[in-house]
Design a protein around this ligand. Sequence first.
Ligand code: GLY
Length: 568
Amino acid sequence: MSRHFLPPKLLLLSLCYLSSFRLYAQDTAAETGNGPYQNGMVVCATPGASKIGADILRKGGNAVDAAVAVQFALAVTHPEAGNIGGGGFMVYRSKKGKTNTLDFREKAPAAARADMYLDSAGNVIPNMSLATHQASGVPGSVDGMVRAHKKYGRLKWAELVQPAIDLARNGFTITKKLAGALNWGGPQFKKLNPGKTYFLKDTPWKEGDLLVQEDLARTLEFIRDNGRNGFYKGKVADEIIAEMQTGKGIITKKDLKNYHSVWRKAITGKYKNYKMITMPPPSSGGIALLQLLHSVEKYPLHRWGHNQDSTVQLIVEAERRVYADRSKYLGDPDFYKVPADSLLNLAYIDARMKNFSWNAATPSSSIQPGSFAGYESDQTTHYSIVDKDGNAVSITTTLNGSFGSKIIVGGAGFLLNNEMDDFSAKPGVPNMFGLIGGKANSIQPNKRMLSSMTPTIIEKDGKLFMVVGTPGGSTIITSVFQTILNVIEFDENMQQAVSDKRFHHQWLPDNVTVEKDGFSQATIDNLTKKGYKIIPGGPSGRVDAILITKDGYYGGADPRGDDTATGY
Ligand code: GLY
């Protein structure tokens, strides 16, 4: 037997080389780009937050540590949707394949009532669930981050909150898109925050301006030093209640004290040889996504191709039926018995698709929610993170509308959500996303409003394959669905799959909205002849996703926003 030894000099050189390589690997700066990266990746709505998350990974933090840092950084750099005054959902998969989800969705205050947005004639009062102090649910984001960190975090809490404090205090230069959003929100900020100057200045915002948020920095310091109690008790809680009192708001100290996020078992389902790990109710996203995927599974999408006539027709017909179910059966499972097993029964989903015809659109008026035995901006933001060990986090978080209610808590410098609009204020009357609902999603004290957020993690052959999600109100589900199909059926890389044009149908209104240049003229003509009403829509969602390959992690950051992939 021959054994090979390196001569001592060479051995020393090799060891030096190896240790300098290790040092080099540790010191490699996180960089913006689609990858592949070997050690970790963060894809989220702003370059600043993306870098903060990647820096936490480089310091030895895991995916949950990075998620906490990104959540707080987005509250500073992406005020349209990043938040501490809102809520969200997390889907988690450990490197060993263990899964979990965290529901940090807002809750209706205890004083909320089913008819709270109706006038004396029983009609919905316009805007009351959108731009008033009564529009806010009890925020869940801070409790959610504390709970996620307690269970899975590795680095110290203060270390994760500090980067956001620095950004808020020192300011950051804003992008063209943020300048446009702040100018758009200006008149409402002024109207809803009398005597306060948050987000307002004498001249219009422009790209490169510095945005400093000292009040928010102080609030984040309370959270850094006191965790949950820094927000739900003490000075910040007092400020929230004082703000409520300026506008007949109904959130009380007791509501804040009683708020708790909830661990829920992920819902899972198969699409071909892929396993979907996604969010259960009170989000409708996971159930709807699994219903959609099964509805199209047996058709040759790969052969038909992306956004071709048959592909679009099939997807629209599936969406029509799934959103009809959503309107009736989805709500907070702590208050309403959501028939998840029946909705996900494969025979049931197949039966729902049986009555569609290739010759003509099925009018939505002829589709009702299904029945089974025994049962009767759209501004949100998403981030996807994978660390060097392969732990993955998919989080979608929201204030609901762009900048939420646009009401800023006086002295505390953060925006309140207008998530109460996600409830059904009156059966059959659409909310801001045109979604309708009924009993399952009626307003009740302490109940969580139904969501469409669809943070999702996908396995292939038992291994981590993709982390995906998006904002976009009712279009969230259909955007995640199409992004998954773009990769699995149309062989697109992660960035292409995210960038590609999307379309949307949600049963009612009976329209197919499509992004600019999303369909060829021939497709529009062919489908119009069959009775589909195709209308142009604005940008649909901001998908942020990571694909895990044998070469490393590839990011897809949505060019519709300032979304950025950072890895190392
Ligand atoms: N606020 C949008 C959603 O939760 O679906």
